[in-house]
Design a protein around this ligand. Structure first.
Ligand SMILES: [Zn+2]
Length: 94
């Protein structure tokens, strides 16, 4: 259907952005098992080298979700087309 001549032209997500999303997911998978320290800190390693943990106001699951979302954002923002309207100023100011 979408390839019929009458169908409106919808620009597909670029291969560059798809690859960036897959790369971010691959580079930020959790590694090994969840570790629980005697003080109650729960942690797991990420493939990028960062250790993800719970904290005083967040759970390990929340940290994992935020970490993956940030990684996906950074990867997509880095390859997004020039001129695309953005919610966040890019490049990020440090
Ligand atoms: Zn990571």
């Amino acid at each position: 259907m979408s390839d019929s001549p009458e169908a409106p032209a919808i620009a597909p997500v670029s291969a560059l952005m798809r690859r960036a999303k897959v790369r971010a997911a691959t580079e930020h998978t959790t590694v090994g098992v969840v570790r629980t320290d005697p003080d109650g800190v729960v942690s797991i390693a990420c493939a990028c080298g960062m250790t993800l943990t719970n904290g005083p106001t967040w759970s390990l699951d929340e940290h994992i979700r935020l970490h993956r979302a940030e990684a996906r954002f950074l990867a997509l923002a880095a390859v997004a087309p020039d001129g695309i309207p953005r919610l966040v100023d890019w490049p990020l100011q440090s």
